[in-house]
Design a binder for this molecule. Structure first.
Ligand code: NPQ
Ligand code: MG
Length: 370
């Protein structure tokens, strides 16, 4: 087993091609934290942190992730320097919370470890496909006309499923307008916790719109509320924010709170945990799909590898690089016939372009534990 020489943290500022509004706020650029693990043999492994600048999606945020990595997570893995992602997973599990920061570090270790073996992440995880079906997530725009024109551009680009962000005041009308314009398009909604148990009738009013699912309508901790809602509406309930571990996934499935699961490696603390949730869902006959956190090519590559596992039977939010960025920091992921190709090279199978890391870079530090 090889050893870790140092860990480098970088922040890059990536402008978005259009503002992305959800019930928790508007994003115009991504402040992306990138973790690089360098081995004693000079091999670099890469991980991307899913956290946003402010704790809107979940409790994590970029400044907090930087702090916990510098003060707690990186020192744990530099204490023995062994490049062993599974061992690091157990060690980091002794520290509470911070799944996105842990995932970035663990993925960088996993990438370096796989690159040294010449093995792809897709192969390691158990991928069964060389390309994956792609969907796209559509933010809350300023008007229904703007929504129809944005959705139209994604339909023309070949996306195989459309997800509309909803919130109170922006739900039935816009969703109906999209359904009427594209009667056969696979369509789903995502509320990012914006509703309450009192909104059951309103959410049920969207049943005739033939939606694949409604994602995370209620607050993260309200599993029972999701069970009650699922009993009252026909549209399948899919949890995102609530599913923070395999144990919670098991509980939510057993209690009827979710019949589909959105798996995001950042939210659950990495690809090892994501794989375990996938395996549980296959056993329980629960379809899964791969979520997205506006990743650059680094995070996108790893997500596409995960989405190639057999239980990922629904198109994910694994969109093309161009959905978010005019220039990605890796070779861009390009949609072909509504699909993305699964990287086959060692590790995550893509490399950041050094000049672009510099161009977009706003901060970096090196931690070598010495
Ligand atoms: C979701 N993702 O499924 C999230 C929400 C989300 C693609 O809809 C910066 C970083 C901005 C992460 C905006 C999609 C974000 C973000 C939205 C995640 O709930
Ligand atoms: Mg979501």
């Amino acid at each position: 087993m090889s050893r870790i020489e140092l860990v480098r943290l970088r922040r890059i500022d990536m402008p978005l091609v259009r503002p992305f509004r959800t019930s928790f706020g508007t994003q115009t650029a991504r402040d992306v934290l990138i973790v690089e693990v360098v081995t004693e043999d000079g091999v670099s492994g890469w991980g991307e942190c899913a956290a946003m600048e402010w704790p809107g999606y979940s409790a994590e945020y970029v400044d907090g992730a930087v702090d916990v990595l510098i003060e707690h997570l990186v020192p744990r893995v530099l204490a023995d320097r062994t490049l062993d992602p599974q061992r690091a997973h157990s060690q980091l599990a002794r520290l509470m919370g911070h799944p996105m920061a842990k995932s970035a570090l663990e993925t960088a270790m996993l990438d370096a470890w796989l690159r040294e073996q010449g093995r792809s992440l897709a192969d390691f995880l158990g991928a069964v496909r060389s390309e994956v079906d792609c969907g796209v997530s559509v933010g809350i725009p300023t008007s229904i006309d703007a929504l129809l024109s944005e959705v139209g551009s994604y339909v023309d680009a070949g996306y195989r499923r459309i997800k509309l962000k909803i919130e109170p005041g922006w739900d039935i009308e816009p969703v109906r307008a999209v359904r009427e314009a594209w009667p056969d398009m696979p369509l789903q909604t995502d509320a990012n916790q914006a509703y309450t148990r009192a909104d059951t009738a309103l959410l049920g009013a969207m049943d005739p719109l033939d939606l694949l699912l409604v994602e995370q309508p209620l607050p993260e901790d309200d599993l029972r509320g999701h069970t009650l809602l699922a009993e009252q509406i026909d549209t399948p309930v899919c949890l995102d924010e609530s599913i923070i571990s395999t144990a919670v996934a098991d509980t939510a499935i057993a209690f009827g709170a979710t019949s589909v699961i959105n798996i995001k490696p950042g939210r659950v603390g990495g690809y090892l945990e994501a794989k375990a949730i996938h395996d549980l869902c296959v056993e329980r006959d629960i379809p899964v799909w791969c979520g997205g956190m506006l990743e650059t090519g680094i995070g996108r590559a790893a997500n596409v590898a995960l989405a190639a596992l057999p239980g990922f039977t629904l198109p994910g939010d694994t969109s093309a690089s161009s959905r978010y960025f005019a220039t990605d920091i890796t070779e861009p992921f390009v949609l072909q016939d509504g699909r993305l190709r699964v990287p086959a090279g060692p590790g995550i199978g893509v490399d950041p372009i050094p000049s672009l890391l510099d161009e977009f870079g706003t901060w970096s530090t090196v931690l070598d534990g010495r």
